[in-house]
Design a protein around this ligand. Structure first.
Ligand SMILES: [Zn+2]
Length: 511
């Protein structure tokens, strides 16, 4: 009978050295009070192993918790059958037998399946439920999702590739947080939102997971001296030469997902995309070829994972101009589509240093036709009327609002805001040639005020204050919001003599 290896997950780090010295053939690993031991033969080595734990208990007064100790058989006998058989034998340690066990937050063993992901996935869904996505702006929604929601899936992602059910959860979550009319944007647009003028990208689960694995590969190779390639080849050789064909079939998912294989495949694929250690050393540590100095090594370790994230995203080759061309096909620009789309992409990126995130989000929502209007919802009759009271039919639509005489009159009379001319759709969509910084600012602010005011008026109930004074106050407030926390924009608005740029206290005194 071949030796039967069996990993045992137990407790207490101090066991580690004793086990290693008493059983050199065993592989023991420990962190804090969690110990994992792999022994060659359960039949032969178990008594010695448990006598070590007994000895350790006598000298330290720290005992092994048998209830929490899990033995995972690496042979094909059913763990429940082993449990039942050993329960009747006196003198056998009454520990739990299972096809997998949890060690340091991750499930290990042939029967682990996707168990490591189940608890984080439940937590992910719970956190998703806790936020009012429909009330959040695009920028806030992305920030919250990255920080509080997606982060719960990242710990396990360091050592396991996300399974399909988690990727499906992620896709559903993205559609939910970026609410709006169907297909106003694709998840890919949000994962590259910075290229579309936004402040941050929506994190794509696969990217930080891959980056963490590349960091793990690098860190463990230099720190723990793991030779990943040799390990992977040895495992492949063992798998190819084993006589346990039954186990090979039953445990195929486990073999396929083993960490050395996953890490080496990822490393190979990344290298083919130009994501290599030598390039990272050059770009992160700024170091010349040769051994790294201590400072440069520390700098490299700190920045390697973030660099991998950026490099992996770049490798996706997202072209904002192509995407904008697809999304703006419905707008009738004066400029040729081949000119308008790259210009919009350039202007969106330029706006990053000119207006706050909320104004840029409104700009993108307008260009990508995200507005929830009756026309967008295909309502042809009934309420499909302009929120500013225009009487023309089917006027609850973006094309109308950008030309709406009601809004223009209010903007000019009450705010002295200068939206682009009604006939210049190209300017509204920042597709015009030669738009300077001030013009881009004015347009983005006008689009933000218009978008927020239309949303507000569309949702206002008959009981809400609909007076002109209230409407003026609301629009003024939106103008302030567009420039809030951005002193440079306030200065620019002040210079253009727009009342929204003035300090509220000063305005009150003048009125
Ligand atoms: Zn109108």
């Amino acid at each position: 009978m071949p030796p039967k290896p069996a990993p045992v997950c137990g407790q207490h780090r101090q066991h580690f050295r004793i086990t290693q010295s008493q059983q050199p053939a065993a592989l023991a690993r420990a962190f804090a009070d969690d110990t994992a031991v792999l022994i060659q033969s359960w039949k032969r080595d178990r008594l010695l192993l448990f006598s070590i734990f007994a000895l350790f208990e006598k000298v330290s007064r720290l005992s092994l918790n048998f209830k929490k100790t899990i033995a995972i058989p690496l042979w094909t006998e059913d763990p429940q059958a082993i449990q039942a058989r050993l329960a009747e034998e006196p003198g056998e340690p009454q520990i739990t037998w299972a096809s997998s066990g949890k060690y340091l937050g991750v499930h290990v063993g042939p029967g682990k399946g996707t168990r490591s992901r189940e608890k984080p996935a439940r937590k992910f869904e719970k956190r998703l439920e806790e936020w009012p996505w429909a009330e959040l702006g695009l920028h806030a929604a992305i920030s919250i999702y990255n920080t509080f929601v997606l982060s719960v899936l990242l710990f396990v992602g360091q050592v396991e590739t996300p399974p399909d059910f988690v990727l499906r959860l992620e896709a559903r979550a993205v559609r939910r947080i970026a609410h709006g009319p169907g297909n106003w944007c694709s998840p890919r647009d949000l994962h590259h939102a910075r290229d579309l003028g936004q402040s941050i990208n929506l994190r794509l689960l696969a990217v930080p997971c891959k980056a963490a694995m590349l960091r793990l590969r690098e860190q463990e190779a230099t720190g723990a001296g793991i030779r990943w390639r040799h390990l992977e080849r040895a495992l492949t050789h063992t798998k190819g030469s084993t006589m346990h064909l039954h186990g090979l079939v039953d445990w195929k998912p486990w073999f396929d997902a083993r960490l050395p294989t996953v890490v080496e495949t990822l490393h190979f694929n990344s290298a083919s995309q130009g994501i290599s250690r030598s390039r990272a050393v050059r770009e992160v540590a700024g170091a010349p070829i040769g051994p790294l100095s201590r400072d440069n090594l520390a700098k490299f370790r700190r920045g390697y994972q973030a660099w991998c994230c950026k490099a992996l995203l770049r490798a996706e080759r997202f072209d904002p101009a192509t995407r904008i061309r697809q999304r703006t096909a419905r707008w009738r620009f004066l400029a040729l589509p081949g000119h308008a789309a790259p210009r919009i992409a350039r202007h969106l990126r330029r706006l990053r240093s000119l207006v706050p995130a909320r104004a840029r989000a409104a700009m993108l929502s307008t260009i990508f036709n995200r507005w929830t209007t009756d026309t967008r919802r295909s309502l042809r009759a009934g309420r499909n009327r302009c929120a500013f009271g225009c009487t023309c039919p089917l006027s609850d639509r973006v094309e109308h609002y950008l030309r709406c005489p009601g809004f223009r009159a209010r903007a000019a009379r009450r705010l002295q805001l200068r939206p682009p001319p009604a006939t210049r759709l190209d300017e509204w969509m920042i597709a015009s040639r030669g738009m300077g910084d001030m013009q881009l600012r004015q347009t983005a602010v006008a689009v933000y005020v218009l978008h927020r005011t239309v949303n507000h008026l569309r949702r206002a109930s008959p009981l809400d204050d609909a007076s002109e004074e209230y409407e003026r106050h609301f629009m003024n407030q939106m103008l302030h919001e567009a420039a809030r926390s951005d002193s440079r924009l306030r200065e620019a608005l002040r210079a253009a003599q727009v009342p929204g740029g003035r300090a509220p206290a000063k305005r009150r005194r003048s009125s």
